[in-house]
Design a protein around this ligand. Structure first.
Ligand code: 5RP
Length: 260
């Protein structure tokens, strides 16, 4: 059945499957959002059902909450958990310092709150997300609906002083209407092409009135797992300074693909 998956899904699945090995009994785990994180939630659900793994999950979106319930993961709120042992999430881009762009799925606010409340953040990805410099992927910025056009103008003005290659800003749409986040906010996508100083840009954006949060995750991610179509997973650990490679056997995970 795994043969029916696209190469990109195989790579995402491999990273997700290996990532859930980091989860131990009793842990409180942040559950990311997106197609890669969805694989991780399915794999975690399988461990819960088949091994009796006891964990509590904190979802980062209503989509993830729905899927987690469906696969049998017990959920709690972040306020109930307070601190998490681990968060596993996808990313839109990552660089050599494990700085990330996130928010392609529009869940960056809860994702950042949950990740920063965690002792460890693991990013799961396919090889296409690795970049020398962040910024080819449009940077999502969550803004409140009130006066969003004024906020957008302030962002455009502030970008003049930033070392970026593009400065177009667009309102994210969902068909004919603006995309609305789980918190009822809007997303502005910043088409910057290349970001010379992500840390400076992140700080600048969060100082603008109307900006709730930006999709730059700086000094948050600890480990990156990069899966590929063959089932190999490169495990890069920033703290330990190590890179290892492991292999996920698609054949022994056939049951995960059964519902597809
Ligand atoms: C959602 C995110 C996702 O993690 C990011 O967009 C990657 O998604 P995918 O795994 O589908 O490529 O930040 O807000």
């Amino acid at each position: 059945m795994s043969g029916a998956l696209s190469p990109s899904d195989k790579a995402k699945f491999a990273a997700a499957r290996r990532a859930v090995d980091f989860v131990d009994n009793g842990m409180q785990v942040g559950l990311g959002t997106g197609s890669t994180a969805a694989w991780m939630v399915r794999c975690l659900g399988e461990r819960v059902r088949e091994e009796g793994l006891k964990i509590k999950g904190v979802p980062t979106s209503t989509r993830t909450a729905d899927l987690a319930r469906e696969v049998g993961i017990e959920l709690i709120t972040l306020d109930q958990a307070r601190r998490l042992d681990l968060t596993i999430d996808g990313a839109d881009e990552f660089d050599a310092e494990f700085n990330l762009i996130k928010g392609g799925g529009g869940a960056l606010l809860q994702e950042k709150i949950v990740a920063t409340a965690s002792d460890q953040m693991i990013v799961i990805t396919d090889p296409s997300k690795e970049v020398a410099k962040l910024g080819a992927f449009p940077l999502p910025v969550e803004v409140i609906p009130f006066g969003w056009q004024t906020t957008m103008a302030l962002i455009e003005e502030a970008l003049e002083g930033q070392d970026v290659l593009g400065r177009d800003v667009t309102l994210r749409m969902d068909g004919d209407t603006p995309f609305v986040t789980d918190e009822g906010n809007r997303i502005l996508d910043l088409h910057l092409k290349s970001i010379a100083n992500p840390r400076k840009l992140a700080m600048m954006l969060n100082q603008i009135a109307g900006v709730v949060e930006n999709g730059l995750f700086i000094d948050i991610c600890d480990i990156v797992l990069i899966g590929n179509v063959e089932g190999e997973v490169e495990i890069r650990d920033m703290g330990a300074g190590t890179t290892e490679t492991d292999v996920v056997d698609f054949a022994v995970n056939e049951n995960i693909f059964a519902d597809l």
